[in-house]
Design a protein around this ligand. Structure first.
Ligand SMILES: [Zn+2]
Length: 348
């Protein structure tokens, strides 16, 4: 990206006193030893080209998808700390002692929102109660673009990054939050945001081109949990997950039977594991189909709620989305699953 904020250099600066509420959060989480040892610490700052010292905006981000937006919009004026790495399930993630420390020292905490980080709610609530800034990227998504699971209680599906059109809406939330923190850099943030949003939205047609090869009758994406609702809506693919929109619930035999029935009727040849969810659920589907005389394979693992390793193509938002699209297209394409075709189709 164009690092239009690149005139900063890193320097050392004295960190302001740690906010008193940190002890409260640490104690809330049972981290008494940490609460007792919270003392001041050195931190990085930035020095402008004219020699005046300015501190970088300390941003703490939950998922890699969120962190990428903040890095791209903020450039070198922002120090990003990302809490959840490769293969981490944000639904189940609990704050560690170092997370609480990072949050307490942040100027802004950026979260995905819509209860994605469901077990960190107390930390975010306390942060706000004590005057901290917690920004949910989901606040940028217009209500009419949000999805609500069937049979739910009105909650919104939090997997908003799965549709580049929807995820693009979050960029301006980051732009505005950073600009409130550093009004002098607002124009640079705006330029970065416009460029990155265009990059995100360019994926829409790229993914359309990839999934176009999937025959209509095979457009059923079965995964470990319901992370692909927005993807399915955007590209005309039905989706079904063994678990609901959160992994914070157990699936049961009834869920397996329901999905096996649907797989047998659909004729698809693959179901998909996810890098942030254990495989046992999709393996139960494979076994269930086999018990009914069918055959199905587990396709390439999808990056649902976490990106791949940093430094790999899948360690970027673009790479993650393109990997998923290609893996799904390969898995659901009849030519790719000839050996895994379901002989029981049509016998239902
Ligand atoms: Zn999820």
């Amino acid at each position: 990206m164009d690092r239009s904020l690149g005139y900063y250099v890193v320097a050392m600066a004295t960190r302001p006193p740690i906010r008193s509420w940190l002890r409260g959060i640490a104690l809330l989480l049972g981290l008494s030893s940490m609460a007792a040892s919270l003392v001041s610490a050195a931190d990085q700052g930035v020095t402008a080209a004219d020699g005046s010292k300015r501190q970088a905006i300390r941003a703490v981000c939950t998922t890699a998808m969120v962190a990428e937006v903040v890095r791209e919009v903020g450039g070198e004026a922002v120090e990003v700390t990302q809490l959840m790495g490769q293969g981490v399930d944000p639904h189940l993630y609990k704050a560690t002692a170092s997370d609480v420390k990072a949050v307490s020292g942040a100027d802004i905490v950026f979260i995905s929102g819509l209860m994605l980080e469901g077990r960190m709610g107390d930390v975010f609530l306390r942060t706000r109660e004590h005057g901290g800034t917690v920004i949910a990227l989901s606040d940028g998504v217009p209500h009419h673009l949000l999805m609500h699971p069937q049979g739910g209680h009105g909650e919104s599906d939090p997997h908003i990054w799965m549709d580049p059109k929807v995820w693009g809406c979050t960029v301006d939330v980051v732009r505005d939050a950073l600009a409130r923190s550093r009004p002098d850099l607002a124009s640079a943030f705006a330029a970065n945001a416009a460029k990155y949003r265009a990059e995100i939205e360019s994926l829409i047609s790229s993914v359309q081109g990839i999934v176009a090869s999937i025959p209509q009758q095979h457009r059923l994406l079965v995964t470990a949990h319901d992370a692909f609702g927005y993807f399915g809506r955007a590209y005309g693919i039905k989706v079904a997950g063994l678990q609901g929109i959160s992994t914070d619930s157990e699936s049961g035999l009834a869920d397996v039977k329901r999905l096996v029935d649907r797989i047998m009727k659909s004729g698809i040849g693959a179901v998909f594991a996810e890098t942030s969810v254990p495989d046992k659920g999709v393996m139960a589907l494979v076994e269930g189909v086999a018990a009914r005389g069918g055959h199905i394979v587990v396709g390439e693992a999808l990056f649902s709620d976490a990106m791949g390793a940093p430094g790999t193509p899948e360690g970027t938002y673009r790479g993650m989305i393109l990997h998923n699209a290609r893996a799904i297209a390969r898995g659901l394409s009849p030519s790719e699953v000839t050996s895994g075709s379901n002989p029981a189709v049509g016998a239902q």
